[in-house]
Design a protein around this ligand. Structure first.
Ligand SMILES: [Zn+2]
Length: 523
């Protein structure tokens, strides 16, 4: 008989088709039947979904819960917003591979993994351990280009030799053979940003051999946004693989509106047969390191220790400061410091206010924060506009991603950590009407399942995995804020992972029924 029957719900099946009324019966972790008037026996749990929407579990197209697979497998922040599968290893950074002869510059990046360094040597050894760790939600991993480069060339700012390029390709192949889903670029972050387009094409071709996805945090999301989209389209066209532009946006007031041009570029490329998508999160603020805006890329070749060394040298520091004043003419008042290990008292405050407390100008203050925290400083940048966010959210080839890891107890981070999916459904579908509910659900389910080739996921169909959300479309809303980023969303009644109820009335029940998903290896 059936384990669970979800009765009388409005089925929004993930395909984009309108809702219909039906019951869903679950057995052995799968959707066994969809129909009217389904009945169980005395062992069947009945979930009354009258008046509620029943959808496939949400897929986080862009997650940074990388090493959390080992360190924080419950992934509460994901499941409590309805996410049942995540795609991690984005923006050029993955938990593995890590070079055998780690150079001193990269050891601190490895630091958080501590004793686990040996596990992280190759994607194969990492996935070999991770696949046996039960997860709160399913998770799949991409191979980070930054890892490939760091493993082969350290933090060096130059082109690879032919031999080094072959070594990077071999590491990528190893990762894809081991079950990673694809490749990711992080072209604003060192050392990924030191690569020329040709290197990206060569590596994307390897992903193409496996029919695997290539995702990219493109080179620039502000003044060179259009050129950066063009570059990535070229990479995808010439490598013949499938591409995803990560967290698509236009940053900086003078660039607002440019997403209309970039989405047209994507459409034109697709019309010529290029297979291209993007993902987006529903906020006007981004979140990344403070150094990504205040330390020039060419100053990052020594890793965190190198940055601290430069900032401790008055002459070098002055050069960086002058360069920032010259080239970063943007409004400093939109920088919110969220994590700052040396000055916890500044967390949750904007940079000008911190500068006042700190007794120096904003530039000196920013450099102090970075130097004294050994580059462990994160910030939110309020650089986008609502109109652009809505344009990208509504774009038919845009998927929804949190662009967030899981953060345990950290109070101040970015609300996308917990609010992304409920906010898309509450604010942008119900309140703002940017698109229909079935269409938005498609962007959160069957579209990413197809792009990342997650078989048996993303649709409510007999035989598919019973990863399911039950929620009230009239109530669902995010409550997470920039300072109180852990406020739970409201209106999410049930989340099922693999046929088990893992969230009830918005609260995680402690059952880890997900796993690390491996790419089906076929060529
Ligand atoms: Zn990114």
């Amino acid at each position: 008989m059936y384990d669970i029957i979800i009765k009388n719900g409005r089925i929004i099946d993930g395909s984009g088709m309108p809702a219909y009324l039906a019951d869903i019966a679950i057995r052995g972790g799968k959707i066994a039947r969809i129909g009217k008037g389904l009945a169980g026996d005395e062992n069947t749990r009945i979930i009354d979904a009258a008046g509620l929407a029943v959808t496939p579990g949400f897929i986080d197209s862009h997650s940074h819960a990388d090493s959390a697979v080992l360190t924080y497998p419950d992934q509460i922040e994901k499941v409590e917003q309805g996410i049942t599968t995540s795609i991690a290893g984005q923006c050029g950074g993955s938990p593995a591979p890590i070079s055998r002869d780690i150079n001193p510059a990269s050891t601190e990046t490895v630091g958080e993994y501590g004793r686990r360094v040996e596990i992280m040597r190759t994607m194969g050894s990492f996935l070999g351990v991770a696949k046996d760790v039960p997860q709160g939600a399913n998770i799949a991993i991409l191979v980070g280009h930054g890892n490939l480069r760091k493993a082969v060339m350290g933090m060096e700012n130059r082109e690879p030799t032919a031999e080094e390029l072959e070594q990077m390709k071999a590491l990528l192949r190893e990762g894809l053979e081991a079950g990673a889903l694809g490749l990711s670029f992080g072209l604003i972050y060192p050392p990924s940003c030191y690569a020329q387009t040709e290197e990206l094409i060569e590596l994307a071709k390897v992903a193409g051999e496996y029919h695997a996805v290539v995702a990219a945090h493109i080179r620039n999301e502000s003044e060179s946004l259009i050129r950066s989209v063009d570059e990535f389209i070229r990479v995808i066209r010439e490598s013949g693989t499938r591409g995803v532009i990560s967290h698509h946006k236009a940053a900086g007031r003078e660039n607002w509106g440019k997403v209309n041009a970039t989405l047209r570029l994507i459409d034109e490329a697709c019309a010529e047969g290029v297979d291209l998508f993007c993902d987006v999160y529903p906020y006007i603020a981004s979140s990344t390191s403070l150094s990504s805006r205040f330390i020039p890329k060419e100053c990052c070749t020594g890793g965190n220790a190198g940055i601290v060394k430069l900032l401790s040298d008055p002459i070098e520091r002055q050069k960086i400061k002058e360069r920032n004043i010259r080239t970063r003419g943007w409004d400093q008042s939109m920088v919110l410091i969220t994590v700052c290990s040396a000055y916890r008292q500044y967390e949750g405050k904007f940079l000008p206010e911190i500068a006042e407390l700190h007794g120096k100008d904003v530039h000196e203050t920013a450099l102090d924060l970075i130097c004294d925290s050994k580059n462990n400083v994160r910030a939110c940048y309020f650089t986008m506009c609502e109109a652009d966010v809505e344009t990208v959210l509504a774009y038919p080839r845009a998927m929804i991603g949190t662009d967030s890891g899981v953060r345990g107890t950290m109070n101040c981070y970015h609300p996308r950590l917990r609010g992304t999916c409920p906010r898309v459904l509450g604010r942008y579908v119900r309140e703002r009407g940017v698109t229909t509910l079935p269409e938005m659900i498609r962007k959160m389910t069957s579209m990413p399942a197809a792009v990342y080739e997650l078989t048996g996921k993303g649709l409510l169909r007999e035989g598919f995995d019973a990863d399911i959300c039950v929620f009230d479309p009239d109530q669902i809303i995010d409550r997470a804020e920039f300072v109180n980023c852990h406020n739970r969303a409201e209106g999410l009644n049930y989340v099922l992972v693999g046929g088990e109820v893992v969230v009830e009335n918005a609260v995680y029940q402690g059952k880890r029924n997900g796993r690390v998903l491996l790419r089906r290896v076929e060529r």
